[in-house]
Design a protein around this ligand. Sequence first.
Ligand code: XMP
Length: 317
Amino acid sequence: SWTPAHFITDTVNALKQQIGNRKVIMALSGGVDSTVAATLIHKAIGNNLYGIFVDNGVLRKNEFEQVLDTYKTIGLNVKGVNAKQLFYDELKGKTDPEAKRKTIGRLFIEVFQAEAKTFEGVELLGQGTIYPDVIESVSVHGPSVTIKSHHNVGGLPDIMHLELVEPLRYLFKDEVRRVGHELGIPADLLNRHPFPGPGLAIRILGEITPDKVALLQEADHRYVQGLKEHKLYDQVWQAGAILLPVKSVGVMGDERTYEFTVALRAVTSVDGMTADWAHLPYEFLAHISTDIINNVRGINRVVYDISSKPPATIEWE
Ligand code: XMP
């Protein structure tokens, strides 16, 4: 019968066969799939695997540093590439959600390809593709945008003409987590909520600026930390804060404020295709609202999203 330990032994052997002493390049995202795939490949070929993790400027607070640290702990050979400014420059003035997605997808490929060129003699491309990615032919965003192929680092388009290495191609998500656990990957990484490729860019409605990113990172961080502290994080499928392009009036001490609103989103779901808004305890919502408003300058109002999917989507853009 299928066990993570057997899977690992068989897969590492098969990877050694496929790869030999050739070099593999791979984009890492800090997510479960790419990390587990990379760890398997690393087990097979060691530092002939070259990982690349790009800071696109729209990651969560401290995410770039923390994820690189985790990779170091696991022993992966990963290069962190700070491309924030490039992404901010190109996102400037863009307000349309699909334009933002396309910009980020395009820049990601450009940055990755430029990095790939600096490694000599790379012949293979590692990917964290899992079985649902293989069978997911219809996008939840409609026919014109296929999430995985355009935006997720799990699915770089085949423009590099490299032979693919996809050790998770026949696994479901829970199996990937079990394999990751068996490989000794830290639980907080394995249990992370899904996070979209375009990151906070699709949670800042309208134009993205570095200031807005900083504001949302802080609010989102407090929200997610709060969920963890109150043991709610593992009970929801995905959660995050959204920065609305709306200012409203408030009072702070004797002063009138005129600042932004943050919407909190948390959903329960099985696969993200349908989702219910999570019925988080009122006490928790009260605590987080106060925490954000008192500590994040620039936000004076917090609302909770009580829309389910369909007809709403999980993300706001
Ligand atoms: P929606 O908003 O369509 O989201 O209900 C469903 C799931 O997909 C994620 N999502 C994305 N993931 N690139 C991604 O890699 C994208 O452009 C994208 N848009 C949405 C979303 O976070 C949720 O988990």
